[in-house]
Design a protein around this ligand. Sequence first.
Ligand code: FMN
Length: 159
Amino acid sequence: MIDQSEFRRVIGHFATGVTIVTTCREDGSAAGLTMSAVSSVSLDPTLVLVCVDRGSETLPFLERAGYFAVNVLEEGKGETLARRFAGGGAEEKFRGVAWRPERTGAPVLDEALAWMDCRVTSAVPAGDHIIFVGEVLAADAREGTPLLYYRGGFGRFAS
Ligand SMILES: Cc1cc2nc3c(=O)[nH]c(=O)nc-3n(C[C@H](O)[C@H](O)[C@H](O)COP(=O)(O)O)c2cc1C
């Protein structure tokens, strides 16, 4: 096993996009968090995975709802959203953020560069995270420049 800070430093060299993974509380209100541990899994059927920290306040809602949406963020406004959804304060997060429920009921943000609406097909414990595998039931994307995350900082493609 290697040191945790060394693991963080090394894995930080793997550049990723940035998403907000959303779901609903029992009362129908939106919950969500900023996530980069998102991956494509399978084409047949269409599956993605998201790795949620056991300490996440969104986790129990995701488990109960059984669905989630992956909202891919754009550079610019997306960075503000990413910072907000990585902080505490569930009500603060969605203030002034426009969204609609998609096919499963999961919140899709108007600001999303791309989105996938998913039904949870399995939840696998993995260390201090839970891996949720979701079947993608609906999805779309538009033109734009994605927000990137690399070595603990936000960035964008140079053009
Ligand atoms: C760029 C970035 C990527 C992140 N990726 C993840 C992730 O993949 N999984 C995770 O559980 N938390 C991730 N986080 C941390 C959560 O966004 C953060 O802990 C958040 O406060 C959790 O909110 P919640 O407790 O309301 O669910 C990430 C944070 C940032 C800034």
